[in-house]
Design a protein around this ligand. Structure first.
Ligand SMILES: NC(=O)c1ccc[n+]([C@@H]2O[C@H](COP(=O)([O-])OP(=O)(O)OC[C@H]3O[C@@H](n4cnc5c(N)ncnc54)[C@H](O)[C@@H]3O)[C@@H](O)[C@H]2O)c1
Length: 389
């Protein structure tokens, strides 16, 4: 730490790096001090783009002034990178999924423990203003007793916006592993641990042609993993929910990504892939009360980008992707578990893997982590400290 700023190193300078770099501006206590990528041409381009030194992993791991690493490599590389980081005594925030299987992810958690390092993992959107508000509303009984829920993510996939989408259509990819973490983590943080899942899957398109700009434009991808899943979820509390995740849908008429149904009304939950938005409570008579989160910490829209789904349109996102790393730094400083703790991340990954197993083997699956005791959720004071206020 110099001048009150904590130096971090980022490994993996692909598509998601822009999100992290833009978000880092919202965390004045964080300084991105090093970039690593195993593609030297890309590393040079990204290093020039952001004016941050590029280096190889060994050099980064040997630097005493960088204690915290953010792992933005593709999922198949997460384990090797995170384990090498722990062996060098670094704390790691990892993008999702933590590992490509629950078993691999558990090994990563054990490795962190062995070397006395802290580990946190995506998604960190649960730290966002809108999701804090939703949990507060549920806790305050705004919709009475929770009965059930439904969650829907249905788009046409990655090939029209991601410059390198191939791996997302292979085993280890697919909508449940890619986007499921946001939805499942949001549900679990609102409704508690999951007990069991039951799912079916299908593949809508055997091939995908990359239409995103860049080096892979025109590439034809043979799809190697199901791209539509419908799952039934049973929570330990007795609450039941449905979850649909698909990359085979051009358009749908479903308004909200997540709805929670209670004895007194419905809570409409904003996009769990983002930090902000307006939660809405609808009472028994359909009267709506909106809860705008744009004035709250990690709730103000700040990042103007092209809409991934309608490229001719610009949107302003509430995308504080560096929040998880800031939480990890605060967790080390205050000697606590990060809010995106290994316990939560492993439970969410267990749910994701169980959905795939259930769909493949055609039977309900009880989660091996069903009896997990989930960590507490952050208070407003925690968030203020994490963002450096
Ligand atoms: N792209 C998104 O919108 C998005 C959003 C949220 C989370 N994520 C997550 O972020 C991670 C990265 O996704 P992405 O879309 O940026 O991927 P990407 O394929 O665009 O980029 C990955 C980068 O990592 C580099 N890399 C691969 N193996 C490496 C290694 N062993 N050492 C160093 N560098 C290595 C590659 O050269 C590439 O530049 C994934 O875990 C993904 O799930 C992506």
């Amino acid at each position: 730490m110099t001048n009150g700023r904590t130096k971090i190193g980022i490994i993996g300078c692909g598509d998601v790096l822009d999100m992290y770099m833009s978000s880092s501006l919202a965390f004045p206590t964080i300084e991105v001090a090093a970039l690593v990528d195993n593609d030297p041409v890309n590393l040079k381009a990204r290093s020039d783009q952001f004016g941050i030194p590029g280096m190889n992993l060994d050099t980064l791991l040997s630097r005493d002034d960088v204690e915290f690493l953010v792992n933005l490599t593709p999922p198949a590389a997460h384990a090797e990178i995170s384990e090498r980081a722990f062996a060098a005594g670094k704390h790691v925030y990892s993008e999702k999924p933590l590992g490509v299987t629950l078993e691999e992810a558990k090994r990563i958690v054990d490795s962190a423990r062995k070397y006395g390092c802290k580990l946190a993992g995506a998604p960190d959107t649960l730290l966002g203003a809108a999701h804090r508000k939703c949990r507060q509303l549920l806790g305050d009984g705004a919709i009475g007793e929770i009965v059930s829920a439904s969650a829907v993510f249905m788009t046409h996939g990655m090939e029209h916006w991601h410059p390198a989408p191939k791996n997302y259509f292979q085993p280890g990819g697919g909508p449940v592993f890619d986007i499921g973490p946001y939805y499942i983590a949001a549900l679990v943080c609102m409704l508690g641990p999951l007990r069991s899942v039951s799912a079916i899957s299908s593949t809508g398109f055997a091939e995908r042609t990359v239409t995103a700009h860049g080096r892979n434009h025109g590439q034809v991808i043979q799809v190697g993993t199901p791209t539509t899943y419908h799952a039934l979820l049973e929570f330990s509390s007795g609450v039941t929910a449905s979850l649909s995740m698909s990359w085979d849908v051009w358009h749908h008429g479903r308004g909200a990504p997540i709805e929670i149904y209670g004895t007194e009304g419905t809570l409409v939950v904003p996009d769990p892939n983002m930090f902000g938005g307006t939660a809405i409570v609808r009472d028994r008579n359909g009267h709506e009360t909106p809860f705008d989160s744009s004035q709250s910490l990690l709730g103000a829209p700040h990042w103007k980008v092209k809409d991934k789904y309608k490229l001719d349109r610009e949107i302003v996102l509430t995308n504080y992707r560096m929040a998880g790393a800031a939480d990890l730094i605060d967790a080390v400083r205050t000697d606590r578990e990060p809010f995106t703790s290994p316990t939560l991340v492993l439970h969410v990954l267990d749910a994701m893997e169980s959905i795939l197993v259930s769909a493949r083997e055609r039977h309900p699956v009880t989660l091996s982590t069903a009896d997990v005791s989930l960590p507490r959720m952050p208070s407003e004071e925690d968030i203020a400290r994490i963002v450096g206020n």
